[in-house]
Design a protein around this ligand. Structure first.
Ligand SMILES: Cc1cc2nc3c(=O)[nH]c(=O)nc-3n(C[C@H](O)[C@H](O)[C@H](O)COP(=O)(O)OP(=O)(O)OC[C@H]3O[C@@H](n4cnc5c(N)ncnc54)[C@H](O)[C@@H]3O)c2cc1C
Length: 475
């Protein structure tokens, strides 16, 4: 008989959280800490969503999305998780750019970027300061009509080298392009520029392990291998429960951390919404997906300091099409040293590229395996520029594609960074259409990435709290 992953689960909870990405985990933890009974349902065998890792023989551990996030994670983790989690967040100081236009190393903060823009790129100091101040002041309530291309055109006309320096890392971080609203760029770029790029010392497995322990302490009922098939809604358009692994479980509120479009169009179903909202949801564009190549050196082998994050490219200027193409000319290398997991002796490299789902979706199994093998080979060729003897030192190498991300997270088209900007409005307004139904997860570019997902989980759990326990009326 197959194992019952819902054994001893109750028939009713105050809140059910669907999905254990960083937004789902954070919502579950905050709501349980506030005293609600919370059931967290994750279809995969591991918690974390895109914040994940995998192990291979010889004790190699690969992190999938631990490349870098802004300093704001320290405050969010301290307030909504634990001091212990916040204390493991450390800065990565070796950010490199290698492309036909420039070669440089930076700590990726405002001061260092200001120096580089003035000294290396010859931009006037006043222009640089005005650009940073403009980006810093941008917020969600600003005019959203200007796009990022226009923002750069205003400050750095004709300078595609400057655009590349300012834009390429953000595109890698969240899939945004020059056509997206300038505020999405301004908010994310300024978050990084405030103090640089940070990582979690100890690896994603340690982070998620500590989060799991905290949730258990706060009483979250955690269930893996539990696929939610349906969100149940009554005639009053109010959530009443979910169907998971064939069993119905009731609840007063739901936080869906599943893909936004999937939540509305599949898990709830179009018939429960007004047609305008269905159209608005259908029109939401997904962000791109990713390919990665994971390279582990033989235990005991190492490489010289190659930086922490290296933005490598072979084409000229910022070119989103070239960044997404299957014949890859742009890669971000994350170099992992023993310091990533103190106590280990391992050196690893993860190469990430933005990718289009449709380029991989319909390949036959044979072509798919061949394309993955080509991806591995071309990545090792490229990596030889930075680690000349990499091929002799490799112990394990493998690749993932948009199909992999789709398989493990169930995101439509394997979207790595949620949706374009318009997804935020659909996500935020969901409770206005179905009472008790909330969405928390990467949307709108600004709510994606580790920090965006955690912070959106905080915002949404506050809304759930208000819904479940309305403030008493003033007399
Ligand atoms: C290759 C790559 C590199 C990245 N690098 C970085 C980086 O360096 N820095 C950074 O800040 N961000 C990075 N990101 C982005 C970041 O990892 C994500 O934005 C963030 O982790 C997403 O969190 P989330 O809460 O939106 O949920 P997700 O991680 O998308 O998780 C959703 C969860 O819901 C589960 N689920 C879905 N449907 C169901 C269902 N029906 N029933 C049960 N469970 C369900 C899924 O299995 C999954 O666990 C990267 C992403 C990728 C793919």
């Amino acid at each position: 008989m197959s194992k019952d992953f819902l054994k001893d689960a109750k028939d009713h909870y105050d809140v059910i959280v669907i999905g254990s990405g960083l937004a789902g985990l954070t919502s579950a933890n905050i709501l349980a800490r506030a005293g609600y009974s919370v059931l967290l349902l994750e279809h995969h065998y591991q918690l974390g969503g895109m914040a994940t890792w995998f192990k291979r023989r010889n004790g190699h551990i690969f992190d999938i999305s631990l490349h870098g996030f802004p300093i704001g994670m320290i405050k969010s983790c301290r307030k909504y998780w634990t001091q212990e989690i916040a204390d493991s967040i450390v800065q990565l100081k070796g950010i490199r750019f290698e492309n036909p236009q420039f070669s440089l190393r930076t700590t990726f903060d405002r001061q260092d970027f200001t120096n580089i823009l003035i000294k290396q790129f010859g931009i006037e100091e006043q222009v640089v300061q005005e650009f940073f101040d403009t980006a810093r002041k941008m917020n969600f309530y600003d005019d959203q009509s200007m796009n990022t291309r226009e923002l750069f055109q205003r400050f750095f006309p004709g300078r595609d080298d400057v655009v590349r320096l300012l834009m390429e890392p953000i595109t890698y971080a969240n899939g945004s392009t020059l056509e997206d609203p300038a505020i999405t760029y301004g908010i994310v770029f300024s978050n990084f520029m405030s103090k640089g790029v940070y990582t979690f010392e100890g690896g994603t497995d340690k982070l998620v392990g500590q989060m799991k322990a905290e949730m258990e302490k706060n009483g979250v009922d955690l269930r893996i291998r539990c696929l939610v098939e349906r969100i149940e809604v009554d005639a009053e358009r109010q959530v009443t429960g979910v169907v998971v692994n064939g069993r119905r479980i009731g609840c007063n509120a739901i936080v869906s951390n599943a893909n936004l479009k999937q939540t509305v169009l599949k898990l709830v179903g179009e018939e429960h919404f007004d047609s305008e909202f269905v159209d608005e949801t259908r029109a939401v564009r997904l962000n791109n997906s990713s390919c990665q190549v994971y390279v582990a050196l033989t235990p005991g082998e190492s490489f010289e300091d190659a930086g922490d994050l290296l933005f490598h490219s072979e084409h000229s200027g910022f070119d989103i099409d070239a960044m997404l193409r299957r014949d890859i000319s742009s890669r971000t290398f994350s170099f992992y040293y023993p310091k990533t997991r103190p106590g280990s002796d391992r050196h690893l490299v993860v190469s990430s590229t933005n990718a289009r789902y449709e380029d991989w979706a319909d390949l036959s199994e044979e072509d798919y395996q061949k394309s993955k093998a080509d991806l591995v080979e071309s990545t090792l060729d490229c990596l030889q520029q930075y680690i000349p003897d990499i091929r002799e030192k490799v112990d394990h190498v493998e690749a993932s594609t948009p199909r992999t991300f789709k398989y493990y997270t169930r995101h439509l088209q394997g979207a790595s960074f949620g949706t374009k900007f318009e997804g935020l409005n659909v996500s935020k307004s969901l409770p206005e259409h179905i009472q008790g139904l909330f969405h928390a997860g990467s949307v709108g570019i600004i709510m994606s990435g580790w920090l965006g997902a955690v912070n959106y989980g905080v915002i949404v759990s506050n809304n759930v709290d208000k819904y479940l326990t309305p403030a008493p009326a003033q007399v």
